[in-house]
Design a protein around this ligand. Structure first.
Ligand SMILES: Nc1ncnc2c1ncn2[C@@H]1O[C@H](COP(=O)(O)OP(=O)(O)O)[C@@H](O)[C@H]1O
Ligand SMILES: [Mg+2]
Length: 241
């Protein structure tokens, strides 16, 4: 694991706008010339009103969106001369997948349930992809599901029919089953009751303590105050008329 305070993510001068194709060529600016560095052991909280661009920034960091210019450098692997850096804004798709496999975990707002895949396997999958044996992966998955109070009778079922809160806890278990050096968390506690919110809060604090670099969006201000080491303001841009 990386030492505390080492930079893990360096975002320089990125801009993002959406082009609405069904309304001529209307441009919707989301953010402009944005800089952000996140170190190991930090949990940076993206802060700003709904629609400001927090989730868009997170998706850009995960390599889902192209950004107009600038770079999104992520520390990945240990090259011969120390860590290598991958620019998520222009890396080859195979490189992006390699970063997602071993460096960067992402808990999105909603679980994308895969039909017929059991809850236990959805949670264990990132470990299995990294080459962990099935027994170890299932054991770790079971531990996380237990900690997050997902009843054992649900583990063999696919989560498509689960409640929003149950699906979100499966999603969190999956995101935390590998000790990723970088974690992106998009409102992971939004649909949870207070007991599970506390569990997730503790899991996030444990991750920063082991040296993870975390970027999170949390609209619960108690969660924000507990897990956040710093706020990063995202201001809504003037929308083009
Ligand atoms: N795929 C998209 N196409 C067009 N506009 C989008 C798209 N995704 C997000 N937006 C717009 O970009 C802005 C930022 O959205 P988002 O990042 O989801 O905000 P936040 O997460 O801060 O609430 C909003 O105005 C939203 O409507
Ligand atoms: Mg959002």
């Amino acid at each position: 694991m990386n030492a505390q305070n080492e930079p893990m993510i360096i975002v320089e001068q990125i801009s993002k706008q959406f082009t609405l194709l069904n309304q001529g060529t209307q441009q919707i600016p989301v953010f402009e010339n944005l800089d952000l560095t996140v170190n190991a052991g930090e949990c940076v909280v993206l802060h700003g009103p709904s629609g400001a661009g927090k989730s868009t920034l997170m998706r850009a960091l995960y390599g889902n969106y192209l950004v107009g210019k600038g770079s999104i450098k992520v520390r990945h692997g240990e090259g011969q001369n120390g860590a290598g850096w991958v620019d998520m804004s222009r890396a080859h798709p195979q490189h992006i997948l390699a970063v997602r496999k071993s460096t960067m975990g992402y808990v999105s707002q909603f679980l994308r349930a895969i039909p017929r895949v059991s809850t236990l396997n959805i949670v264990a999958e990132p470990m299995l992809i990294l080459g962990e044996d099935e027994a170890t992966a299932h054991h770790k998955a079971a531990e996380l599901l237990t900690r997050l109070h997902v009843p054992e009778r649900l583990w063999t079922l696919a989560p498509a029919t689960f409640s929003g809160g149950e699906q979100q806890r499966v999603n969190i278990a999956r995101g935390f089953c590998v000790d990723f050096p970088i974690l992106l968390l998009d409102e992971p506690t939004a649909s949870l009751d207070s007991k599970n919110r506390e569990t997730v809060t503790a899991m996030i604090m444990e991750a920063t303590q082991r040296g993870a670099a975390i970027i999170g969006i949390f609209h619960d201000k108690d969660v924000r105050a507990k897990v956040g080491t710093r706020l990063f303001d995202i201001k809504p841009q003037e929308k083009a008329a």
